[in-house]
Design a protein around this ligand. Structure first.
Ligand SMILES: Nc1nc2c(ncn2[C@@H]2O[C@H](COP(=O)(O)OP(=O)(O)OP(=O)(O)O)[C@@H](O)[C@H]2O)c(=O)[nH]1
Ligand SMILES: [Mg+2]
Length: 214
């Protein structure tokens, strides 16, 4: 395992160097299956596809369903099928990057395979790691999967519209998150009801601005 992780890290460092040369910033979206990663990516495409040069790498175990959902936006999307493996690694990202014209991109967003543990251990060469969690998964996800929340740069709490139908405690969630990563920005949103999106898009806009000068 150590050997695998060392090889992954070396390739991730190479990717970060390549992205630096090409002045591209990369994001890695990590969550459980179904938390809303692709839905949030659709919203990001709607907001930014015409303002920045965005590319997407879609990690999925078997299908190209998410890539198809995003294909309607005028954004290059590369699909990686892991054939059952529960995470992306830097070698698969390196191959995916060969399929993108890096001279024509400012930002790349990677949707990782839905899983809260394995993707966290594999650096992809990204600059920002985004943890997506939804209210229906329970408020205990930060405390049960601390590594992701410790190492992420932002947390998106999705499906806030469903809170009335769950026992999700916002107080407990925030308390646990704070104990793990006191300074992390947290965005409470409903992607489908479009609540809380202004603050989230503003935050992405600031991150993208540093890169693309929009
Ligand atoms: N009620 C509600 N449903 C949502 C929200 N966001 C996403 N969904 C629904 O949740 C389901 C899963 O959303 P996806 O965006 O496909 O989730 P994902 O994280 O990309 O899933 P995987 O790629 O399978 O890991 C879809 O049916 C969405 O319509 C939300 O804010 N509220
Ligand atoms: Mg998805």
């Amino acid at each position: 395992m150590r050997n695998v992780l060392d090889k992954n890290q070396n390739k991730a460092d190479e990717i970060r160097q390549l992205l630096k040369e090409k002045q591209i910033t990369m994001f890695n979206f990590i969550s459980s299956p179904g938390s809303g990663k692709t839905t949030i990516l659709e919203l990001i495409c709607q907001e930014f596809a015409k303002k920045i040069r965005l590319g997407i790498i879609e990690g999925d175990a078997y299908t190209d369903r998410d890539a198809k959902r995003l294909a309607i936006y005028d954004v290059p999307v590369v699909q990686i099928n892991t054939e059952g493996t529960c995470h992306l690694d830097s070698h698969s990202i390196s191959k995916a990057l060969e399929q993108l014209n890096l001279d024509e991109l400012d930002v790349i967003i990677v949707e990782n395979v839905g899983n809260l543990i394995c993707p966290t251990a594999f650096d992809l060469g990204e600059h920002y790691r985004i943890a997506v969690v939804s209210t229906t998964e329970g408020d205990d996800k930060p405390i049960k999967y601390p590594m992701l929340f410790r190492e992420s740069h932002a947390v998106i709490l999705n499906k806030t519209d469903l809170i009335p139908y769950t026992n999700f405690s916002m107080e407990q969630f925030n308390k646990d998150l704070k104990s793990l990563n006191g300074s992390i920005p947290v965005f409470n949103i409903s992607s489908t009801k479009k609540n809380g999106l202004h603050e989230l898009m503003e935050w992405f806009g600031k991150c993208f601005k540093r890169v693309a000068g929009i």
